[in-house]
Write a protein of this length. Structure first.
Length: 315
């Protein structure tokens, strides 16, 4: 593990950066990537962000005025990526070429020339903020928007147990720098597409309870998504639904991603370790929010994750 000061000095001496985000990109990986990219370009360095698929409409402001640059890659940086399995299509080309890994997941098993992981950071954007401070870069409103996006989305608009006093102090500084906090909060948390409403209605019809209603499980299938007209960006945040039910300690959401293949998100109320639950199935994450993948039928996947949840409840 390297210090953030060491990462800073390394970055100062490098150029031609490619910044990688994780599959199913959320606000934290995107905010981290575009914030770092803007910072590097401020230093007159070449930098591009690579994402999986198209950038969701609600995140379009992150890349405003960010034209792709043409250069030969010299330095590869991963942000908010805890495992090579989360590199998706980028894994084959870049897994053995990672120069810098910046993350906030305790169970990080990335191989990189230099690595900085702060598991106490509520979002990876907090790490990026501190890095930008060390780089002595003035944070303008566009850069502040990027960092704020990662912080607010990874904390559920500052509702989750991962929020620290430092989280709030950084958010306040970003507001002083001109970030559009109210507008970003509205877009991220108070605006839903019609497709999102349709898929939520379908999801609620799948609701199941286990362990005396302490565990709530919902799921989406590709057929459900097709009926709702939903795409990946419409599914973001669905994992919060089962945990919102009174009395539920652990909320589980399964998403069909292929034939007999499910991505699973686990959210807890802070009394139980979501990363321990997902770790039993080869995944990981944070104490209150984690994920994993399961091969098998829907019923087999539900049985496997519920068993892991019950074991953690008992522990």
């Amino acid at each position: 593990m390297n210090s953030l000061n060491e990462i800073t000095e390394f970055i100062k001496g490098r150029d031609n950066f490619v910044i990688l985000t994780h599959i199913y990109p959320d606000g934290d990986t995107l905010g981290s990537a575009y914030a770092l990219c803007r910072a590097l370009r401020t230093l007159k360095k070449n930098a591009n962000v690579l994402i999986h698929g198209d950038l969701a409409d609600k995140y379009s402001y992150l890349e405003k005025d960010m034209k792709e640059q043409v250069f030969d890659c010299e330095t590869v940086v991963t942000v908010d990526i805890a495992s090579p399995s989360l590199m998706g299509d980028f894994r084959e080309e870049y897994e053995d070429k990672i120069d810098v890994c910046i993350d906030h997941h305790a169970a990080n098993d990335m191989n990189a020339r230099m690595k900085y992981v702060d598991a106490d950071a509520a979002s990876n954007c907090e790490n990026i903020y501190r890095l930008i401070e060390l780089l002595d870069i003035e944070i303008d409103p566009a850069l502040a928007d990027c960092i704020y996006t990662g912080i607010c989305t990874d904390t559920g608009c500052f509702k989750f147990t991962n929020v620290t006093p430092d989280t709030m102090r950084i958010a306040a500084k970003l507001m002083e720098c001109g970030c559009r906090s109210a507008e970003i909060n509205r877009v991220m948390f108070d605006t839903k597409s019609l497709a999102r409403i349709n898929i939520e209605r379908e999801v609620l019809n799948t609701l199941r309870f286990y362990a005396d209603n302490k565990i709530a499980v919902v799921y989406t299938t590709r057929d459900m998504e097709k009926r709702a007209g939903a795409v990946d960006q419409d599914l973001e945040g669905i994992a919060a639904i089962p945990r919102q039910i009174e009395g539920v300690c652990t909320g589980v959401t399964l998403k069909e991603k292929g034939d007999n293949y499910y991505r699973i998100s686990v959210r807890t109320n802070g009394d139980h370790d979501a990363s321990m639950i997902c770790g039993k199935l080869g995944g990981g994450g944070h104490f209150a929010a984690a994920g994993c993948s399961v091969n098998g039928t829907l019923e087999e996947a539900i049985k496997a994750i519920v068993r892991a949840c019950v074991e953690e409840l008992g522990r």
